[in-house]
Structures are given as C-alpha cells and as structure tokens.
Design a protein around this ligand. Structure first.
Ligand SMILES: [Fe+2]
Ligand SMILES: [Fe+2]
Length: 175
C-alpha cells in the first residue's frame, strides 16, 4: 500500500478515536445534568465519525485497501467541568497537525487528488480549533455557575455551518 493511503487509513483511526473521546465527554456532562454541553459533544462525536467515513470513501474511490483501525480507550474521568473542553482543544490541535502532515505527504508523493481532498479538512480544523477555543473561554468564565454556559450554548445552537455544504462524500452517507 502506498504510504499516503496507509497514512489516510491511520487518520481514520484518529478520527474514530476523537469520536469516542467526544462520546466520553458528552456522557460526563450528561451525567451531571448539563444537557446543552452534552448535546454539543454528542454532535461533535457524530462529526468526527463522519470525518472518518469521508476518508473511507476517499480510499474506496482511490481503489486503495480500507483498514479500519482499532482505537485507544478515551479519557472518561475529569477533575472538573473545564477539563473536558481543555482536552478537546488539545485533541483538535493534534488533529490539525496530523492533517498538515498528511498534506505534506500527499505533496511529497505527488498525490494531488489526495491533497485536494484534504483541503476541506484544513478548513474544518481551522473552524474546530476556533470554536473549541471559544467554548473553553465560555466554560472557564462560567465554571462557578454552569447554567450560564448552558444558556450560552442554548442561544448559539442551530444553523448549519457553510462548511458542511462543501464537505466530501462519506461512505454509507453522512449522519
Ligand atoms: Fe475530525
Ligand atoms: Fe474535530
């Protein structure tokens, strides 16, 4: 398997790992009766799953073998309500670095179709790092009364991001 296809397969695993981590964060907030924070991360989890399936569709289209990798268990225990969002921001920054490395590899190997496929993910990461940075600021400001955070998320909810319109197709369809 060419190393670019191999690296895309690895990234499928990282996207599923991100999805699992967001389910773990969502259930942490759900257990504390913070439904807006929970809903936010349940939705993020589905988005990460969709990212994985977009990469699977790319591999299918490129006639490369699809390997669905196993993932490490997510962190499920947190010291306070701020910690999950801090972890999520670290995760989004790590994924950004991973996508950048994938783009560099595509260039090195002359995989320009693959590089073009990844451009959407660069935009998506810019958006996700920005929105998680904002959420961290909101949660830090509201940590002594999390109902303020819930109200903020309740007001901000709804509206599809314009990015979703130009998203690559996902194997089996986007959820
Ligand atoms: Fe992702
Ligand atoms: Fe993400």
């Amino acid at each position: 398997m060419p190393s670019f296809a191999n690296a895309v397969n690895e990234q499928v695993g990282y996207e599923f790992a991100a999805s699992q981590q967001y389910i773990a964060i969502a259930t942490y907030y759900d257990a504390q009766t913070l439904p807006q924070l929970a809903a936010h991360f349940y939705r993020q989890s589905v988005e990460e799953r969709n990212h994985a399936m977009m990469m699977v569709q790319y591999l299918l289209d490129a006639d490369e073998e699809v390997v669905v990798p196993g993932v490490d268990a997510p962190q499920t225990r947190f010291t306070d309500a701020v910690a999950p969002v801090s972890l999520a921001l670290v995760q989004e920054k790590r994924v950004t670095a991973q996508i950048v490395e994938l783009v560099k590899l595509a260039r090195e190997e002359g995989e320009l179709v693959g590089e073009q496929f990844l451009h959407w993910f660069l935009q998506e990461q810019r958006e996700e790092v920005a929105s998680m940075t904002e959420l961290l600021a909101v949660v830090e400001r509201g940590k002594d009364n999390l109902l303020h955070v819930e109200e903020h998320l309740g007001r901000a909810a709804g509206g599809e991001s314009p990015l979703e319109v130009g998203a690559p197709p996902a194997a089996g369809g986007v959820l």
